[in-house]
Design a protein around this ligand. Sequence first.
Ligand code: CTP
Length: 425
Amino acid sequence: MSERKKRILLVIGGGIAAYKCLELIRRARERGYAVRAVMTKAAAEFVTPLSVGALTGDRVFQDLFSLDDEREIGHIQLSREADMIVVAPATADLMAKMAGGHADDLATAVLLATDKPVLVAPAMNPYMWRHPATQRNAATLLADGVALIGPNVGEMAERNEAGPGRMAEPHEILAAIEARLAPAPTGLLAPPPLITPPAAGLPLAGRHVIVTSGPTHEPIDPVRYIANRSSGKQGHAIAAAAAALGARVTLVSGPTGQPDPRGVDVIRIEAARDMLAAVKAALPADCAIFAAAVADWRVASASDEKIKKDGKSSAPRLELIENPDILKTIAHEGPGRRPSLVIGFAAETENVLTHAQRKRKSKGCDWIVANDVSPETGIMGGDRNTVHLVTADGVEDWPEMDKGAVAEALMARAAAHLRTMTADV
Ligand code: CTP
């Protein structure tokens, strides 16, 4: 039925998790994929090229400067003939080299020369994964259109070490490969477009980006209000990331303890209706990101005076009415007013992806950044976030990152998307 086997080029990095690659190769071949392996020098310290070659049924490629290799099959051909490149385990060092565009050995040269989808399975110590340098590199790779799977949370090879850093299991990696290589009927995990760097200047130079952030405070009377636990960390980080990429940024924020991001125009509001008015006043914009946790309801008629007990026997009854939906309103603005890229957030405590996909349609936005805000995740108010990017093409699962790295990856993706939209016109 199918004319030829799909080809996976497996780049094996030097980590203890390299042994899991043997299982990955075996399973991939069972599923009908042809697998070729490139090993870094360090990888050969953990698993022998002999074992890898026995399982791939092919020679194993190791050396950029091997005359034989280059004559028979050069690094360009190696990367071009593959349908997909999988990097597993991806060490912190290998990720740094990829993010920096290095090409000083066969593995990195192949990765730089490819025009095929790349899937990276990080594996490292939790401290290394959480280090800002690795988080920056992960964000850069995501922004470059590379897919990441894992790392999973769990026990490390080192004793008494636990946290995010375990390589995803072979069956999980295989599922991610299949989702990308098979024509996915659900449209899930369609490979992200390859992103080309901007010709000149910063990627968002000349763009106007509006960001909402923080909670809203809905007054009950002059001293009391209804609020929620949003810290504004994610929204403020997005505004900072957009500014760092050269955008003119208007940040419309509810009350938060966050410092104003540098170079950002901050408009402070309290209630949802003021937030909507401020966002409308800031239009037009190229991109709008709605990270605020807007209160869904407000008190129907807030009292102008402090509500007193005055010896009354019963507590006052508050009648609530629905607030305007700011994201939905802006997503339905007419031509010239609607930003080209409208991004919402979906804060869910259950069935995260189902709710998020439904929300993308019902709100009329282009992308939804979905996250699980159940109390046990620690996301609300915390510094880290695990998000899924829901677009018309499908769902991308991003690894756990700090909120700054999520913001950088999201804005870099937005910049690339805006660029392709402009190029299309
Ligand atoms: N949002 C908004 N205005 C509102 C409510 C939500 O702009 N009145 C935006 C949020 O900023 C977020 C998205 O809509 O980008 C989804 O918010 P969320 O609280 O997850 O969804 P709700 O629409 O409030 O739906 P529900 O609470 O039923 O999940």
